[in-house]
Design a protein around this ligand. Structure first.
Ligand SMILES: Cc1cc2nc3c(=O)[nH]c(=O)nc-3n(C[C@H](O)[C@H](O)[C@H](O)COP(=O)(O)O)c2cc1C
Length: 403
């Protein structure tokens, strides 16, 4: 495995273990990594930018508002022009800022602006490490997808203090860097995918709408799975209570017509996976003002109009993606209805699932699907939605390789 040439952005924060970061830079350079260094103001109380820069072989960035640095690379490019960000040592303070999204100096701003993997090597006094606030922050950071190496246990720099909180040795940090940077297979690199997800909301008046029970979990999981395999993914999502998947460009829409426009303007693409539960009808002539309840008057009747069929539009579009996949949410005759849809919509695959109330699929954790294509029907067992997503991403990879 060769990781030489990979770019590590090293952030040194203000802990006593900062002196070990000099050795860490040396070891990373020995392995052939390009190392760029940022130091916090507190870090410069322990080691100098001159020493770190001499070892890294370049300028050390320290100031968010430096006119020269901003013109040279700029904080956003610093955050992105790397393969990973390593924080060693990571102080309790910097971890607290990260856990709360605080960006009040160069290091914390870059950490908020990066879209690259982040590895922390915490180093602090054991009481600071065990403090409820620090432990809360560690949990938040881990949930946010931040990686940690250490801390280790043993004697502290302060005499008479021992426990968990020591920064792990530079050799162990280098090993974690290597693990993080190991190439995962990215068979969909260079491919572009459009995924829709969630429900649509069709307004009745400014405060009311028609919706359905889709949570967006399946669509979001598919967007993530395709992205992990290297595809450039555009996720067009209806209103959901889910975070935007990391590494995916998410476009937020409400109505079916908006979803159609967002999908069409994202073409061309190699893959389209239309997972969203798009409302079949919208309210014709949405009221501009809230419809008032009038004493003694009958309930208003809602006139419905047909919404655009996004799957069919994509399936017959002049820029039709090589692979068009639709989801069919059915409550009866799942297979027959799925097969009919395959034809009608111009799709290569219909993923049919039973969304009847007893199936618990809508809003639930699991999904049981049937893959219906012109080659036949493949029934998958009841699986977590994430696993359905991974399997489908594999299916897409194999299919595209043959086209
Ligand atoms: C001698 C000394 C040693 C310190 N060592 C640590 C340490 O190992 N870990 C830590 O989290 N904070 C340590 N601190 C406190 C940090 O320097 C302080 O919280 C600072 O605000 C951190 O700033 P930064 O996170 O922007 O680098 C130490 C402070 C002093 C004076």
């Amino acid at each position: 495995m060769t990781l030489a040439g990979k770019r590590v952005l090293l952030i040194i924060s203000g802990g006593i273990a900062a002196y070990k970061s000099l050795d860490l830079i040396r070891r990373l350079k020995e392995r052939g990594y390009q190392v760029r260094v940022i130091m916090t103001a507190a870090a410069q109380e322990f080691i100098t930018p001159l020493a770190a820069g001499a070892l890294a072989g370049g300028h050390v960035y320290t100031d968010l508002f430096s006119r020269e640095d901003e013109q040279d690379v700029g904080h956003i490019r610093l955050a992105r022009d790397c393969d990973m960000v390593l924080v060693a040592p990571a102080t309790a303070n910097l971890m607290a800022k990260m856990a709360n999204g605080i960006a009040d100096d160069l290091a914390s701003t870059v950490l908020l602006a990066t879209d690259k993997p982040v590895l922390l090597a915490p180093a602090m006094n054991p009481v600071m490490w065990m403090h409820a606030a620090t432990q809360r922050n560690v949990e938040t950071l881990t949930n946010d997808g931040i990686f940690l190496v250490g801390p280790g246990s043993g004697e502290m720099a302060e005499r008479g203090e021992a426990g968990v909180g020591r920064m792990v040795e530079p050799t162990d940090i280098v090993e974690s860097v290597e693990t993080l940077l190991e190439e995962e297979p990215r068979p969909l690199a260079g491919r572009r995918a459009i995924v829709t997800s969630g429900p649509t909301h069709e307004p009745i008046d400014p405060v009311r709408y028609i919706a359905n029970r889709s949570s967006g979990r399946q669509g979001h999981a598919i967007a993530s799975a395709l992205s992990r395999l290297g595809a450039e993914v555009i996720l067009v999502s209806g209103p959901v209570n889910l975070p935007d998947p990391v590494g995916v460009l998410t476009v937020h829409v409400e109505r079916a017509e908006e979803m159609r426009d967002a999908v069409i303007s994202s073409l061309p693409a190699d893959i389209a996976v239309m997972v969203a539960a798009v409302a079949d009808w919208r309210v014709a002539g949405t009221a501009d003002q809230k419809i008032k309840k009038q004493a003694g008057e009958a309930a208003p009747a809602l006139e419905l109009a047909e919404n655009p069929d996004i799957l069919k539009t994509v399936g017959h579009h002049e820029k039709r993606p090589k692979l068009v996949i639709g989801f069919a949410a059915e409550t009866q005759n799942v297979e027959d209805n799925g097969r009919a849809k395959l034809e009608r919509k111009g799709a290569d695959l219909i993923v049919a699932n039973d969304v009847s109330a007893e199936s618990g699929v809508m809003g639930g954790d699991n999904n049981q699907v049937k893959l219906i294509s012109k080659d036949g029907v493949e029934a998958w067992p009841d699986l977590p939605k994430e696993e359905v997503a991974d399997r489908l991403a594999e299916w897409i990879t194999l299919k595209l390789a043959k086209l």
